[in-house]
Design a binder for this molecule. Sequence first.
Ligand SMILES: Nc1ncnc2c1ncn2[C@@H]1O[C@H](COP(=O)(O)OP(=O)(O)OP(=O)(O)O)[C@@H](O)[C@H]1O
Ligand SMILES: [Mg+2]
Length: 236
Amino acid sequence: MLEVKDLVVSYGAVEAVRGVTLTAVPGAITAIVGANGAGKSSLLRAITGLAPVRAGQVLLDGQDVTRVPASKRAGLGLAHAMEGRRIFRHLSVEENLRLAWQFGRRRNQWGEALDRVFLTFPILKEKRRSQAGLLSGGQQQMLIVSAATICEPSYLLLDEPSLGLAPIVVREIYHFFTDRCRENGTTVLLAEQMAAMALNVSAHGYVLRQGQVVREGPSAELVNSGLIAALSSAYL
Ligand SMILES: Nc1ncnc2c1ncn2[C@@H]1O[C@H](COP(=O)(O)OP(=O)(O)OP(=O)(O)O)[C@@H](O)[C@H]1O
Ligand SMILES: [Mg+2]
């Protein structure tokens, strides 16, 4: 179980998350949608221990991990695919995967884990010795989601996996993590500006605005409520 209670994240005077309470649906995808600057990334970063939490709690399987260092949270089965394609650009594709595998809570053998990635994304096999920074945007995103899932985490945080990608690549990435998560029973928090896509694959959704939850409910209900149209018009 992954829960957040009354969470407040602030960067000096800027309060990015203002009292958010949520529960990720176990073994399913929970969407966090909202416009630019709504606080989605700050919320996910606070869950992994990378953003300054001023108040509230992050609970993993009932354990309060709010003050546990980020480096230790991976060992508790938490993985985070960050926004903005964070990879080690000068290391090869295979070295990036290897590092992710070494730092996580390993439940599988390295060779097996690598074969699995290469089977899903053959292009990564072809480019296994290339510098990660030389991959295309879509290939980098494939590498990021592969690195985040290579240890079969219990909890996976995905921050805008669709950002800046062609629709066909987005579909491929979405298929990948929905399949992997269904297979492994992973609990996923998916932050997206693209509300339609995120609500389509999730069981439950939360809408953030200016750091607060303004709506929540089963994703199908949110879709039928006209929320997507309301959110998209808010971007225009
Ligand atoms: N490191 C930081 N220092 C200061 N302010 C920050 C920092 N990171 C984020 N903020 C501010 O916190 C607020 C929430 O930002 P955040 O990145 O969490 O939103 P978001 O929903 O992920 O947006 P986007 O959809 O653009 O990724 C914004 O006002 C942003 O400017
Ligand atoms: Mg963000």
